[in-house]
Design a protein around this ligand. Structure first.
Ligand code: GAP
Length: 516
């Protein structure tokens, strides 16, 4: 199936099964804003719990914070967002569509990279075990030519971005014959800078009002509370502050469903370290965060690091963790070594000292910061994309059918088990209801007695429920039920009294956290 079709199916599946709805849908929606339905909110909460516990529960030296969305406007001046949180935009005069100039060029780079990857994959298949990828990349004329093209374009692009040279960005688009995907034309406007922050007014006009911003990242709430937490928690460096919360960006190009939204949620952790040790900690967090992703079991080959060559002015190292989405490898999380930039800026703009007294060194300094920053919604999309599957299955009458299944890791699944009486009589519903009543204190359970058992299994597969418990007539005799596993579709007979322990072991967050 074409990857575009896979993505369309994913979006449709999320709507049909109560995961994600377009916001304000009855009013024709609001661009790049989405609502989470009955299953979506559960999955989102489970993702947040996985992140939160991996930070705050597993690390004695990481604590949480919940800072306000509205903050003093000078914070955004100090952080650089008022002056520099811009995207370069360009319009196509024929389609009247607006694009990010840097994204158009990145897509061009990705196309060249794809060509190289395909060539390498083909050769790998042809030569099998004897394949020497390094040598192939160095000698195959097509790969060498494309690599040179890639490097040249990338170097020119990085230079233009680093120097904020907008006319050069436009020239790169022209020289590389990049066309508008809608009109197919190369009739481009100049490139302009566009600030991504939403603003509003605080206070009434009578008493004078203040322009304030909806935070574009949660991180600044952590920086301005750094000393509050350090002092009240008597934290010793190195220590971290973790926060989950909403962020807002007026994205120019808001496409690809919940990948790029105007209102979204972030999970950010700032790790405060001694100056000079930041690159060691950067490596530690790079490793830890990759492990966190890979523990979900979606295949190590689907993740990669993308180290930044173009560094923001405040960073001395940065990388993205990318996942292979249906539309290619894309960033899910950013890990940045932010130096002492943010705290120094806030110290300067607020006039308040933001220093830490290091008892071991006997001196005060502004700590350096390693940041891990991941979007909840983007992680949600990654999980759904990885979990979605369609498979051909043979029916009892010999014909085949397509089974749609969300292979969500059990801990993340919105519903952990569905309890189903085989028929709606003979006392079976009562036994099923009792099981739900007994287990609902520990797990999100669903009672389901509508339609044939096969259709019920399918419905639960599509929701991603990992376990279905079926009560049949044998249950009345021996107090056993069948447990049906979503992924293998295998069934096992177990005692009702053992259900809680069996399920607990499989869905417990502890099982997942122990892999980290
Ligand atoms: N404090 C650093 C920071 O905000 P970022 O790379 O701009 O860094 C971090 O964002 C993460 O937030 C991204 O890796 C992505 O997962 C998520 N994110 C950023 N912009 C987003 C958007 N418009 N919609 C959804 N998620 C977004």
């Amino acid at each position: 199936m074409a990857q575009d079709d896979v993505f369309k199916k994913l979006v449709a599946h999320c709507k049909e099964y109560g995961y994600v709805f377009p916001s304000s849908e009855i009013y024709d929606g609001l661009s790049a804003v989405y609502d989470y339905g009955q299953y979506g909110v559960e999955l989102k909460n489970n993702i947040k719990k996985y992140w939160w516990e991996s930070m705050v529960l597993l690390h004695e030296n990481i604590v949480g914070l919940d800072s306000a969305i509205f903050m003093h406007p000078t914070i955004w001046k100090a952080s650089g967002h008022v002056d520099a949180f811009n995207d370069p935009l360009i319009d196509n005069k024929d389609s009247k569509k607006r694009y990010r100039a840097d994204v158009l060029i990145e897509e061009q780079l990705a196309k060249i990279d794809d060509k190289i990857t395909k060539e390498v994959e083909k050769a790998k298949e042809r030569f099998g075990a004897s394949f020497d990828e390094k040598k192939f990349r160095e000698t195959n004329p097509r790969v060498v030519a494309n690599q040179a093209k890639y490097d040249e374009l990338n170097a020119r692009f990085s230079k233009a971005l680093n120097s904020s040279d907008l006319s050069e960005l436009r020239q790169i688009i022209i020289d590389n014959e990049i066309v508008c995907p809608i009109s197919g034309s190369r009739n481009w406007t100049e490139v302009r800078q566009f600030n991504l922050m939403f603003s509003t007014e605080m206070g009434s006009t009578l008493e004078g009002s203040n322009k304030i911003y909806l935070r574009p990242e949660t991180a600044q709430g952590i920086f301005v509370n750094f000393l509050n937490v350090q002092k009240t928690g008597r934290m010793k460096i190195p220590f971290g502050i973790a926060q989950i919360g909403k962020a807002f960006r007026n994205e120019i190009v808001a496409r690809q469903f919940i990948f790029r939204m105007r209102e979204f949620e972030q999970m950010e952790m700032q790790y405060f370290v001694r100056p000079g040790t930041e690159l060691e900690w950067f490596a530690v967090w790079k490793d830890a965060r990759m492990k966190w992703h890979q523990a979900l079991g979606f295949g190590e080959e689907n993740y990669r690091f993308h180290d930044h060559t173009k560094l923001a002015h405040y960073a001395n190292a940065a990388t993205d963790i990318e996942y292979r989405f249906p539309f290619g490898f894309k960033e899910v999380e950013g890990i940045h070594s932010r130096t002492d930039y943010d705290l120094s800026q806030h110290q300067q703009y607020s006039g308040k000292k933001l220093q830490y007294f290091d008892p071991e060194k006997g001196e005060s300094y502004i700590p350096y910061v390693i940041e891990t920053s991941i979007g909840v919604d983007r992680m949600f999309l990654q999980v759904i994309a990885a979990a979605y599957g369609e498979e051909n299955i043979k029916k009892d009458d010999g014909t085949s059918d397509i089974r749609v299944v969300l292979r969500l890791p059990s801990f993340l699944a919105p519903v952990k088990l569905a309890v189903m009486p085989l028929v709606k009589k003979d006392g079976l519903p009562e036994i099923a209801e009792k099981i739900v009543h007994d287990l609902k204190f520990d797990f999100n359970c669903q009672y389901d007695d509508k339609d044939s058992i096969g259709r019920r299994y399918r419905r639960q597969d599509a929701i991603g429920t990992p376990y279905c418990i079926t009560i049949d007539h044998q249950t009345i005799d021996d107090q056993t039920v069948t447990i049906r596993y979503r992924d293998s579709m295998e069934q096992e007979r177990v005692n009702i009294s053992g259900l809680k322990d069996i399920i607990f072991e499989k869905v417990s967050i502890g099982t997942l956290l122990k892999k980290l």
